[in-house]
Design a protein around this ligand. Structure first.
Ligand SMILES: CC(C)(COP(=O)(O)OP(=O)(O)OC[C@H]1O[C@@H](n2cnc3c(N)ncnc32)[C@H](O)[C@@H]1OP(=O)(O)O)[C@@H](O)C(=O)NCCC(=O)NCCS
Length: 417
């Protein structure tokens, strides 16, 4: 079953789970919007000024303003949520959170270590109210150690974890920063995964617990294969990717005549070498001992790359793609795409990896869909990101039984919006 919002009935795998989402920017909000995609009732708790990411005007060169007061960054990280605006620096504000905690399943926050405790919403306090609560917490560098309280944004996670160097080629003057908040995104994914595991454990053992993740741990885990393979060999490093002289020229990127790129990914190259020469009409090199097996191609890697470079530059990417698809051997490769190419990719379309959403303010929009397809309990986009405090009254009156006089009083004392 394709997951899309053509159905308005929320029936995702987390339907019935209530999440209190005291998160800001991308790291925390991604974890909880994923839970929202999966059908959880996510109540975002904001300060009276709102999540600071509501004020973001640009991310790199990309403008954030979608008009009508909507911000692309915030819409993306906070879909499928409601919002309440509560001043946690007041006793009454904290009481609202304590009341909500009584029947909540999950509480999530991504402030610097110590902030939650200072405001009276640390794990030790909330577990007294609800021992079954799963408390998700994220920071930059982990809960212990000299940098536990240090602030961190996406690039810090990329830098500290080794990711920037992993993304760089040999000889670059400065390391590469992967754009679009990938370090925050993997942090959010890992935080979500940890919370889901704790929910499963709660259903089996009946215990709540605190789950902590960080930019550093999540981005190390993103490279977990490399980190552990290196450690298993006493700390040897990966040499940086060298396109002109790779160990395996059949696992390398090549430019085509129209300036596009093809990523070849033959990890067992011997079985592909001769068919590839045939497909590329380079038959004269079949049987040539300089290139006939992996060790010889590695030895003469620069020559093989030069040979393939020259040939790839004689057809467009589409021509190569058609030729490879029609050849008798299944070559393992992919065209290199940009994010902007994705809405036109037939695989993305067929699997609904980008889905339509009828946004009540912006109209029909497209967004990146939840990444997993559930056969019985589809995930999807049910709801646009909320305005700051949009649901404060609804939650306090309908769900906590506050009266309208209480609401007026809380508003007049600056406890809620
Ligand atoms: C994102 C980050 C760098 C912001 O740092 P910061 O602006 O110095 O904010 P802090 O986390 O230290 O504290 C947040 C402030 O908001 C206040 N605040 C937040 N929500 C509030 C609420 N509902 N009511 C009252 N105050 C609130 C906190 O009390 C604190 O203010 P204080 O120090 O005056 O008490 C930091 O929170 C951080 O490193 N987080 C962990 C890593 C992370 O997730 N980074 C974001 C990646 S997208």
């Amino acid at each position: 079953m394709v997951n899309n919002n053509s159905t308005t009935e929320i029936n995702g795998p987390l339907t019935g789970i209530k999440v209190l989402d005291w998160t800001i920017w991308q790291f925390g909000p991604v974890s909880t919007s994923m839970m929202g995609d999966m059908g959880a009732d996510v109540i975002k708790i904001e300060s009276l000024d709102g999540d600071p990411s509501r004020g973001l005007s640009r991310a790199s060169s990309m403008k954030m303003d979608l008009g009508e007061g909507r911000i692309a960054y915030f819409e993306t990280c906070n879909r499928n949520k409601r919002s309440i605006a509560v001043n946690l620096k007041t006793k009454e504000g904290r009481q609202i959170i304590y009341d909500l905690c009584k029947d909540a399943d999950v509480f999530v926050q991504n402030f610097r270590s110590g902030v939650a405790e200072r405001l009276g919403v640390g794990y030790e306090t909330l577990k007294e109210i609800n021992p079954q609560l799963i408390y998700g917490s994220a920071n930059g560098y982990g809960p212990h150690g000299p940098d536990a309280n240090q602030p961190s944004f996406d690039g810090c996670g990329q830098a500290r974890s080794g990711l920037m160097m992993s993304a760089s080629q040999g000889g670059q003057e400065y390391p590469t920063q992967v754009t679009q908040g990938v370090s925050d995104q993997i942090g959010g994914i890992m935080l979500c995964q940890g919370i889901l595991a704790a929910l499963v454990s709660r259903s089996i053992r009946g215990i709540g617990q605190k789950v902590e993740t960080s930019h550093l741990s999540a981005n190390m885990w993103l490279q977990g294969l490399g980190v552990s393979m290196s450690l298993l060999q006493g700390g040897v490093g990966f040499s940086p990717y060298n396109r002109k002289e790779p160990v395996n020229p059949l696992s390398n990127v090549y430019r085509t005549s129209d300036g596009r790129f093809i990523m070849m990914m033959h990890l067992q190259p011997d079985q592909y070498w001769e068919p590839l020469l045939e497909a590329m009409e380079l038959q004269e090199f079949i049987g040539d001992p300089r290139y006939s097996d992996m060790p010889s191609r590695s030895e003469n890697s620069a020559e093989v790359v030069a040979l393939l470079d020259k040939r790839f530059d004689e057809k467009t990417a589409e021509e190569w793609d058609t030729l490879f698809r029609n050849f008798s051997t299944d070559f393992i490769y992919s065209l290199v795409q940009t994010v902007q190419d994705l809405p036109y990719d037939p695989q993305v379309i067929a699997n609904d990896f980008i889905t339509n959403f009828n946004h009540p303010v912006l109209g029909e929009v497209q967004m990146c869909n939840h990444p997993s397809i559930y056969s019985e309990t589809p995930a999807g986009i049910w709801k646009e990101a909320p305005e700051v405090g949009q649901h404060t009254e609804q939650v306090l009156v309908d769900e906590l039984g506050y009266g309208w006089d209480d609401i007026a009083e809380l508003q007049s004392t600056g406890t809620i919006l």
